[in-house]
Write a protein that binds this ligand. Sequence first.
Ligand code: NCD
Length: 305
Amino acid sequence: MLGKNVTAMKNFSAEEIRLVLNTARKMKQIIRGGEKKLPNLRGKAIVNLFYEPSTRTRTSFELAGKYLGADVVSINSGTSSIVKGESLRDTLRTIEAMGVDAIVMRHKAEGAADFATQVVKPVIINAGDGAHAHPSQALLDLFTIEQHKGRLAGLKVAIVGDILHSRVARSDVYAMTKMGIEVHFAGPKTLLPRFFEFDGVTIHEDIETAIENADVINVLRIQLERQQAGLFPSTREYARVFGINDDRLRLAKDDVLILHPGPQNKGLEISSNVTYCERSAIHDQVQNGVAVRMALLDLTLNTGV
Ligand code: NCD
């Protein structure tokens, strides 16, 4: 995977996904061992370029690069020349001119990461482009599922909530189906994809049939910043009909695993009890995010010299 641009799960083979998961397992052991300064990427430079807010993704990419020995700089759109109107192309070329090896980027426009691969040479890692893709999140979701369930193939995963605006759902579906997982989407009709974008996914307009017999429920955030008005009647109504709470969890398997990419709208798509219940792996997802991002950076950048 040396030199591979990580823009979407669509461009990953099952073998590459397996390699990332196996490498992440080793990285997790290293983190657990307490010695978090590896020489793997010594001499490499990585820039995090984020045009949209982020806590988990940006921090974990930054720590992942630093644990592997790279120099990492994070650029925040609010405090850079972006506020002076510099174009994405010019910003990317400016960063390239400084001699960086990889750019981890998040942008509100779908296709921004693919565009970057066409205008600059460093490895591009997409940390989220509009509603299109968020590959490292899908990989950490798979990793977390495998750590808890011991396998991927044959599992049933229900992805529930605001599918329409979710780059996580779009990346999960490619990653999961490639690994033999059966994927179900559920949400209000107005928040389901309008066109038939996905092969092999079952779509439900009610939550109950989707979570029945599911091994995993991935609860998505209602993306209030990407919504036009009127996609659902009210937040109270949404929580009542589609929210994942104790009552709804009773309909699921006893050992169902709960995921949420964060940040959560507590009391809207998920209740506080569910977030903190023993079936929730939301905290583990954050921990695993560092190991998975270390794996991605190592596999794409480590030239072994
Ligand atoms: C997700 C994102 O930004 O797409 N969050 C994340 O990366 N942890 C999901 C979301 O914002 O709802």
